[in-house]
Design a protein around this ligand. Structure first.
Ligand code: GUN
Length: 284
């Protein structure tokens, strides 16, 4: 039987720490950390995320602005908004919700966000800083996974870590953070041969592929730590991760559930990044 890593409880604890820091930030600087969230179009999943981000900001005492732009927004209009937010002193963090509608160039938008306000850590400057291990801002989901491991007392040093998935948002930065924590890291993806064999060697297995219940019981070593980053909605409406929980849980030593595992940590880490960005801006 695995120990369930309670992402909701850990998230609550970290948000309380952030809220306490916001109180002293406000006393010291007479302003609140400010986050701007931009969403283009009406993807329902993105709208849910954006609503949760706004609620998270209120909970810890941030100032927040949200921009819900029409699907037909042009690149020039979006660029102009980013420019305005870059120059707005009340705003310390800017998040443009991805994916953007097809006619907009994601890379161009991410490049225009000032790196010091890039609370997603998606700007190539921040990606580079993460690569060399000298970073202020970390991508929210992988950073959240590291906090879950730390708070559960799981030491990564010397462990064989397998990350399934190589996205820029999760897989690649996840691998880098595990490497910085002294793990021995393998990244698997859709073209990987003998993927199940590689997974079975993992002491720490992170599933971030976006395929419902992809990781089966026979792909996991007895006693492994299993982290499920997936959020998949089945046709039945049920929310499942990338891990077949009922098969894997009896073999794992620790496991994150879906929902209530990694999910709540993502927005928490966004709040943490915004606080960090605000502190750096004010201490300059
Ligand atoms: N879309 C899915 N996850 C994320 C995220 O962490 N940040 C942004 N900006 N868009 C996303």
């Amino acid at each position: 039987m695995a120990q369930i890593i309670d992402g909701k409880a850990i998230s609550r604890q970290v948000r309380e720490e952030i809220a306490a820091e916001v109180v002293s930030f406000k006393e010291k600087y007479n302003c609140a950390p400010g986050l701007a969230v931009v969403i283009v179009g009406n993807d329902p999943a993105s709208q849910v995320y954006v609503r949760n981000k706004k609620r998270g900001c209120e909970e810890v005492g941030f100032y927040s602005e949200s921009y819900e732009l029409d699907e037909s927004t042009t690149q020039e209009e979006l660029n102009a908004l980013v420019e305005k937010l870059n120059n707005d002193e009340k705003i310390h963090g800017i998040l443009v919700q991805l994916p953007l509608p097809k006619h907009l160039n994601e890379t161009e938008v991410l490049l225009r966000i000032k790196p010091e306000k890039d609370v997603d850590a998606f700007h190539p400057y921040n990606v580079g800083k993460i690569m060399i291990g000298n970073h202020d801002l970390l991508p929210c989901t992988p950073a959240g996974v590291m906090v879950l491991l730390e708070k559960s007392g799981i030491d990564v040093t010397g462990k064989k870590c397998v990350v399934i998935g190589r996205s820029n948002i999760v897989g690649k930065p996840m691998a880098m953070l595990l490497l910085h924590a002294n793990g021995t890291v393998t990244v698997c993806h859709s073209k990987t041969q003998k993927l199940a064999d590689i997974c079975r060697e993992a002491d720490i297995l992170v599933a971030s592929i976006g395929k419902p219940e992809f990781v089966k019981g026979d792909m996991v070593k007895e006693g492994a730590v299993v982290v499920d980053v997936g959020i998949n909605r089945l046709d039945s409406g049920k929310l499942v991760g990338d891990v077949a929980f009922s098969e894997v849980e009896p073999k794992a030593s620790y496991i994150t559930p879906v929902p209530g595992g990694v999910g709540p940590m993502t927005i928490t880490m966004l709040l943490k990044n915004t606080l960090t960005a605000a502190k750096i801006a004010r201490e300059k």
